[in-house]
Ligand binder design. Sequence first.
Ligand SMILES: *[C@@H]1O[C@H](CO)[C@@H](O)[C@H](O)[C@H]1NC(C)=O
Ligand SMILES: *[C@@H]1O[C@H](CO)[C@@H](O)[C@H](O)[C@H]1NC(C)=O
Ligand SMILES: *[C@@H]1O[C@H](CO)[C@@H](O)[C@H](O)[C@H]1NC(C)=O
Ligand SMILES: *[C@@H]1O[C@H](CO)[C@@H](O)[C@H](O)[C@H]1NC(C)=O
Length: 966
Amino acid sequence: MLLFILIFSSLFYSLYSFNYQTVEHWRYLRQEQPTYTPSKLSSYFGYSLAIHRSSVLIGAPRDHSPYDTITRRGAVWKCKFQSDGQCQRLPFRRDGEANVRVGTSFDNKTDQWLGASLAANNDNIIAGSPFLKHRINDGHSLEYEIPGGATIGKYDRSLAMTDSTTIYSPSFLNWHSRNYNQEGYGEFGFQVALSKRPERIIISAPGSFYFRGGIHSLPILEHNWIDTRHPFIAPHYPWREVGWLRYPTNYSANEYDDWCYRGYAVAVGNFNEDDNQEIVVSIPKLHNYRGAVEIMNSNLDENSIRTLNGTQIGEYFGASLCVIDINNDGLDDLLVGAPLYTVKKDGRILPDAGRVDIYYQTSEHNLIKKQTIEGTREGGRLGHALANLGDIDKDGYNDVAISIPFINSGSSSMVHIYRGSKDGLILKPSQILQTTSLNGFGWALQGQFDYDNNGYLDLAVSSVRTETVAIILSRPVLHVQTKLQHNSPSIPLNCTLHSDNSCFLLTVCIYLNEQNYQYSKSDTLTYELQLDKDKNPADQRLFFRESFKSIKKRHFKMSDRICHDYSLYMKDDVNDKLKPIRLQINYVLSSKLDANIVPSILDPTNSTFDYNIPIQKDCGYDDICIPNLHLTTSNWPDIYKIGLTKKILLNINVTNTGENAYDTKCLIQLPVGVEYVNSNTSSKVNLYCNLMKQSDRIIICHLGNPFLANGNIAIQIHTAVNNYSAIQTDPLIFLINVTSDNPDSKIITTDIILPVSSSPELVFIGVAKPEQIALDSTDNNVIKHTNDLEIVHTYTLHNKGPSDAKRTEVKLMWPMLPISGFNDQQPLLYGIHLPSIIRVSDPKAKIDRCHIYQSTINHVPSMDNAGINHRSQESSIPSYCHGPLCKSFICYIDTLPIGHSVLIQLKAILRLNQFQSKFDRSKPFLIMSNASAQVREIPLKISSNKSTTQAIVYLKVCFYPKRTHI
Ligand SMILES: *[C@@H]1O[C@H](CO)[C@@H](O)[C@H](O)[C@H]1NC(C)=O
Ligand SMILES: *[C@@H]1O[C@H](CO)[C@@H](O)[C@H](O)[C@H]1NC(C)=O
Ligand SMILES: *[C@@H]1O[C@H](CO)[C@@H](O)[C@H](O)[C@H]1NC(C)=O
Ligand SMILES: *[C@@H]1O[C@H](CO)[C@@H](O)[C@H](O)[C@H]1NC(C)=O
């Protein structure tokens, strides 16, 4: 294990605080005597931790006592629970002696690292000293080998030695051959553990055989081998005779696993069907530095080995191990730390952030990796140390500590506490322990001891760099149990302020069920009872009679059980009569600080209590209302004629043939362009209709809460089209639905469809000027004053509405020849002008315009084939112009508002001379023009049918017989 240079930072925070004490209440253990050396070398106090009966054991492998003849022998310190801060070196009797000499060989304990590893049970304490050296003299030369050793002593309750110390050290097989490559650098004692069943010592030696490492399982012996059997002649120790087991027993020539460090960490746990504990050994550099963990039977049977593999090269898989039953299924689970794991997350690469894999044992004794915790801090080395804390909050599940000792080079190290549960570890830390004053805090962890004897398990966390062990005590967890009683199963709506005081009585009883809790006179429990928690203050439905409020705060002294009575009432007219009323009670425990007692803490899962009170609903025995709503509609008018009226009336009828419908609403969505005016009802029910907030198109009508069984309501919604150009659709669609708040209630939907009619009606009136000409039928010279006569035909186009005409097309035809009795090809009319358009009532500049539509239209079939075609296409061309030739025009009239007119004038010259000479004078003669108008565009976004109108104008030319009497 590596140590780092001290760097200090003042970062500090503590996120959660359940149920260990927060940093200001921690206690600290340090060596009784300061480390003696002028150079102040660190003793590495806190390098390893263990618990023995009523003491914390703290390894300090570089410790040196000024009175010791051996330099830096290393030490195990014991700190008794009851004598805070009082720590002293633990005596290992034999180990107190100086270098052991046997014949010409001796062991050298200088720098042996006693206390580099520690394990303890009720009787024994074992401390590893992996750098214990053997000096061997074979008569030719003097050599040292470093197989390491482990020292075990028996102690009673007072930590006085009751029996001799035994020092274990492995044998030198073939020591003659200077087997440095065998046990020579074995580092035996690098890790130690005690297995309960069989009762044996597990000692690892990761340096054996070129650091392939190995694991030893030994019985606890009564005699001291180092003294009694230390002939360096034979194998160092007769390990076979005493049942000393080792794995591997033979090293192959295959060097694939040189430097793999088997035995870097060890643990014991039950991982198969028998009762014996298995041995878990990590090999962090196996498989090309990916690492592995091996689980083997207590007899180190090679065939029993199961392997868990690491995944990332160099992650140091198995640097730490922890056996714990997380989910309380009676089966041990396994945590494997990989503190040098590089986390790659969200595009970031965090070298040495670390990771912990969590394997769960199935009932078939398979280990399934189900969870992983990854570090989030570069170099933090999450998983450097792991600890089974036991059940610190007494919830029935063991809890876990995971250290991250090197965040910011150790200046903001943390220990995360995770809770066990039925489903495994809860991956959000329940508490984060952090201090800036202990650099590298979290080097070693030790749980499962009750330092203050309050029934709750405490935690020791070491910081080797500051030679300090922090003792972090658990606070007793107080469970509050709440019971509510009320005099009626649901609260009646008529239980209002004006009704009987006893119409709803609530009793709140609080029980404290923690036997270990010592009622302190200064402890106060406070609760806050909030009625109708789900509603905001304005919508509160339930109140305390005594205060007219919906919240009540109460302080009281602790006792086993306490009950409070409250009389409650409902608001007069509540909206939500369906949703139960949620009560919430929040507890706060306040206790006066007492240096000798760790204050209790409320179980956070029980410090809030929720309860629902239903509202009486009048819905049969089951109190579940199933409404049956029906919706019918009618409307006026049937067709919406734009301009004719603004009003549209919707009639909506809702009936309920089922049980009460709560908070029943009718929603009406108006089409664009239609505005809400008001609403009324002919029924006796109260009706509230309004436009919904943030909408000017959705009307919401409240039909009742409840809308009673067998209820019926006829709603009239008045709407209007105030600006028909806003209409965007034809037909207008009104969407209507009815909803109620009852559970599972369906939405009932219908719609009203209203076709839109929008064509303006045009009227054409034509006037001829002159209207009539009389000619003498005998005398060619009756009209002598002129040969040419100007004739004017004027059409008045009037828009009767209902809407404006945005663009109107007018087609006009002027005859060029008379209708009948005329065979000459000479035109009858000449000087024909383009029609002129005159605005009478609306003289604003308009872009009205006319042009020749077709220079001539020949209506004589034999004369022009093209004309025939044209005629058949233009069936609307009136027949009045069915003389041989017509001249036709087309005019476009810009916007013609309702009630406005426009005049279209045709002008031409009639050649009277010619005319008179060529006609059959026995009949009158007509000169007819005609005009037709069609609205091409109306000021609406929707298309619509267009009407056509037409008019004829004629000038009558009459011939009279000569009047002889003149
Ligand atoms: C013991 O080992 C140390 C080195 O670890 C060495 O300095 C010392 O001389 C040795 N003592 C004896 C007596 O050989
Ligand atoms: C572990 O890895 C080794 C080497 O890659 C492989 O041979 C072995 O099957 C793996 N074991 C498991 C349990 O995955
Ligand atoms: C605490 O609350 C949990 C639910 O959050 C409940 O299951 C448990 O019974 C409560 N314990 C006590 C002691 O009231
Ligand atoms: C509430 O109404 C019920 C009938 O629905 C009646 O029996 C009861 O007496 C009323 N309670 C009060 C407090 O008015």
